[in-house]
Design a protein around this ligand. Structure first.
Ligand code: SDX
Length: 394
């Protein structure tokens, strides 16, 4: 049921507050249903490809064969990045997080494609194609550069998912691995009004350029409560280490009021349908490429969390819980998990950018001021020392 707010009503985290009217996707959190443009995620995971799904999200309809081929060809053509971007990345500290590198590089695209024409469909199309095409190349390029290697050029013979895996290793990926990775991208492509999409829409509403829209969304996705949780899940499974350690770990987390990564969701009160599909994909991948001991830890964790808080509070695995185990089996380093989420989510962010432009009103909410009024200006000599201002080493 949609809630209408009175002007002074306030909800932490805008929980339950509609921030836009949208046709892009829909979640039923009670039933565990996710639809992109009205089509169930299970059906897209089985029958579609990431690029076809991106087209569906952004243009609101499934493409014809010719439309899909044109879109794929345009994206293939625009995969390369300018040497300026590569050189800029060479100045980034190799120890920096790839999400920070991606946010900076995405914003830098605005320097190269600066002519803004938001009412021109050709400009919109070019921005969509460039961002979908170049974001994976930028993620892979930073990964190679930080290892001291030259970036691997995109391979025009490979599709979107296979090409990304290729750019990490210079080896053609196993077909099943590439197919599963493509489904992972489809599953992560869009998810209604989450934090990064809200951030993208707020930025879009100022009529700035699409590269700034995507850069702000990437920065928002990076946090551990949002897309950054997939990396944290793997760290957590490694810390737990064995099936026997799961129960004491959960008890410790609950006693310390510490969140268990990869669990819980603002909207879902049942298991996230994407987690169910990802778990199934992980099992397929392990059957072909060998079992992963941490999968047993993950399954036990799911059972124990359900027993302790799941049923009572509706805390079940979310999209970030099983994805990391899958990417690990594909040989992908843990700090690329969230950039991979971003590669996929660019499709959803672009769909919302386009939608925002058609109905635009700049976002400008109000606040409830809870600070002081009419205080006197205190002379320097009378001010007291702040007990915990923090320190910065020289
Ligand atoms: C994504 O929104 C989207 O659509 C996002 C996303 C997408 O596709 O874009 O689905 C992707 O961001 C997935 C979420 C990844 N984050 C994590 O896995 C981090 C761990 N999970 C949480 O911190 C939490 O569940 C959130 C951030 C996902 C949701 O937070 P809410 O809605 O603000 O809920 P809350 O933190 O206020 O928790 C409500 C209750 C609390 O208990 P009480 O104080 O009411 O007794 O549930 C408990 C919480 O303590 N709880 C958890 C928990 N998550 C919620 N307890 C233990 N472990 C958890 N993970």
């Amino acid at each position: 049921m949609m809630m209408i707010m009175t002007s002074n009503e306030f909800r932490d985290g805008l929980a339950g507050v509609p921030a836009a009217k949208s046709r892009v996707s829909h979640v039923d959190g009670e039933k565990g249903i996710l639809e992109y443009r009205g089509i169930r995620i299970e059906e897209l995971a089985e029958k579609s490809s990431f690029i076809e799904t991106a087209y569906l999200l952004i243009w609101g309809k499934l493409p014809t064969q010719e439309e899909l081929e044109d879109f794929e060809t345009e994206i293939r053509y625009h995969r390369r990045i300018k040497y300026h971007i590569r050189d800029m990345m060479k100045c980034f500290p190799g120890t920096g997080h790839p999400m920070d590198a991606l946010q900076t590089s995405a914003a830098a695209l605005g320097l190269f494609y600066s002519r803004r024409a938001l009412d021109n469909p050709n400009y919109i199309r070019a921005a969509v194609v460039r961002l979908l095409a170049k974001i994976p190349t930028m993620v892979a390029a930073f990964h190679m550069i930080r290892k001291g290697n030259d970036p691997i050029q995109p391979n025009d013979d490979l599709n979107y998912a296979a090409n990304f895996l290729y750019m990490l290793t210079e080896r053609r990926p196993d077909p099943l691995a590439a197919q599963i990775f493509d489904v992972c991208l489809t599953l992560h492509a869009e998810h209604t009004m989450n934090a990064s999409t809200f951030s993208a829409r707020v930025t879009a509403s100022t009529l700035t350029d699409p590269y700034a829209v995507i850069a702000s969304a990437v920065g928002t996705l990076a946090g551990p409560l949002h897309g950054g949780a997939n990396e944290e899940v793997l760290n957590m499974l490694e810390e737990i280490g064995s099936v026997e350690n799961v129960r004491p770990y959960v008890e410790r987390c609950l006693a310390n009021k510490q969140k268990i990564m990869g669990f819980g969701h603002r909207v879902y009160k049942v298991k996230d349908p994407r987690a169910t599909i990802l778990q199934d994909l992980a099992e397929q991948l392990f059957a072909k490429m060998g079992h992963d001991e941490y999968y047993d830890v993950a399954v036990e964790l799911e059972n124990v969390v359900e027993e302790y808080i799941g049923r009572e509070k509706g805390i079940y695995p979310n999209v970030d819980f099983y994805s990391g185990l899958l990417y690990r089996k594909l040989g992908i380093p843990a700090d690329l998990f969230t950039p991979i989420f971003a590669i996929a989510r660019v499709a959803g962010w672009l769909a919302h950018w386009k939608e925002q432009l058609t109905v635009n009103k700049i976002y400008r909410p109000t606040q409830i001021y809870v600070g002081d009024h009419n205080l006197a200006y205190i002379p320097m000599a009378e001010r007291v020392v702040d007990r915990d201002p923090g320190t910065v080493s020289a």
